[in-house]
Design a protein around this ligand. Structure first.
Ligand code: ATP
Ligand code: MG
Length: 382
């Protein structure tokens, strides 16, 4: 049997149905290469868990590298400042590109900053908790991005693209300095070819505007479920690379099971592959999909369980009530009625679950679960 080409939990071999989003990123990034302009305001993608934010950003990073840009990747965290991670990532990116002697001055500056910020690994978080040090980190962050962007532009790397995953988790000071930096780069008399592309949960847009009022100029793009064509491609194309086909009815069954949820698409592919054990020239059939169904549901259940594990009793009650009302979009008032409390009493868990990406508003006070099958899981398990 060929190894499974599906990737539940990691970067998919084929990123389906995100052509428009990749194009948006490409447009932003290409502003840098032309005349060394800045990448403009923040471009940020937001969606519930498992919809493919990290995958989109990783693919975009590959695109940017292939197009010759210098790139760095950082992940927002609320338990430590971002500057030390960013400095390390920048150093690594510069070394990888083998600029040799030319990058010596910049690398030296990065080393210096690393020392100023505290040696990484030596409890960076602890050394940077006082306000003044955080401020220093903030100013330094902008300075470094600016220098690195100009350096990249002057040395055939067109510009610097910074990818920030889980942006909403980043500390307020870091969010501020990234946004202030971008605004500053955009208006600077000297071109500063730096773009920041972010991704995060539905609480990302408020986390941006909280950090800077002009953050509203950011471009927010919501990532949705995959459509049927995208699911079919995500299932079919990775197999094709191994000369393995999926029958049409097997694809239809996969589309039905997936509900457009990217993580489940990978699970379906992976579990079905494991049952079919296909070799080159063979075809995966609907029978294989049916046999894999139990395992697929089990693995989804595992996902739901870990998600629910951290819910407080108040939150549990809210979810149980919401699931009891039904699968479709449900009225907030109906959830309150199910719990026997006034509508205002459910606003706290409601907002918490929206922020964490469990549920989303659909307009006119209605809410729905973001992951297909979650409501049924709650009904059967709580
Ligand atoms: N466009 C896509 N086509 C096919 N598979 C995808 C696509 N996007 C994501 N996936 C798959 O879905 C799963 C979740 O993707 P990813 O980790 O990128 O989501 P996420 O939104 O970053 O989730 P989280 O919020 O938990 O960080 C992975 O297994 C990945 O392989
Ligand atoms: Mg992610």
């Amino acid at each position: 049997m060929e190894p499974s080409p599906y990737a539940p939990g990691s970067l998919p071999e084929y990123l389906a149905g995100r052509g428009r989003e990749r194009e948006l990123i490409r447009d932003r990034v290409s502003r840098l290469s032309m005349l060394g302009r800045s990448g403009g305001p923040l471009l940020a993608f937001h969606a519930p868990r498992g919809l493919g934010k990290t995958s989109l950003l990783r693919m975009a990073q590959r695109d940017a590298i292939a197009d010759g840009f210098l790139t760095v990747w950082v992940t927002g965290r609320d338990d430590r400042p971002m500057s030390p991670d960013l400095v390390q990532a920048l150093s690594a990116a510069l070394k990888e590109r083998s600029f040799g002697e030319r990058s010596k001055a910049l690398l030296h500056r990065l080393d210096q900053v690393q020392v100023e910020l505290g040696i990484p690994g030596v409890k960076v978080g602890a050394t940077l908790t006082s306000d003044d040090k955080t401020t220093t980190g903030t100013a330094v962050l902008d300075e470094l991005l600016e220098h690195a962007g100009r350096f990249a532009h002057n040395h055939d790397a067109k510009g610097l693209v910074v990818f920030v995953d889980e942006f909403q988790e980043a500390q307020l000071g870091d969010r501020k300095s990234l946004l202030i930096g971008l605004q500053h780069f955009d208006g600077a008399p000297d071109p500063t070819p730096v773009a920041i592309i972010a991704a995060g949960l539905p609480s990302l847009p408020p986390a941006v505007t909280e950090a800077a009022t002009f953050g509203e100029r950011s471009r927010f793009v919501e990532l949705g479920l995959l459509n049927d064509v995208a699911v079919a491609e995500a299932i079919r194309l990775p197999a094709e690379h191994h000369q393995v086909a999926w029958s049409d009815d097997a694809i239809m069954a996969a589309i039905d099971l997936a509900g457009g949820y990217p993580h489940k698409v990978q699970l379906i592919g992976d579990a079905t592959w494991g049952i079919a054990r296909p070799g080159p020239g063979t075809t995966i059939t609907i029978g294989h999909v049916r046999q894999a169904e139990d395992e697929i549901e089990d693995r989804m259940t595992g996902l739901f369980r870990t998600r629910l594990a951290r819910a407080t009793p108040e939150q549990q009650r809210f979810l149980t009530a919401m699931a009891a009302v039904g699968d479709g979009p449900v009225e907030r008032a109906a959830i309150a009625a199910e719990l026997g409390v006034p509508t205002t009493a459910v606003s706290r868990p409601r907002q918490q679950f929206i922020d964490r990406g469990f549920i989303e508003p659909t307009g006119r006070g209605k809410l729905r679960f973001t992951i297909p099958g979650f409501a049924a899981y709650i009904r059967n398990n709580t």
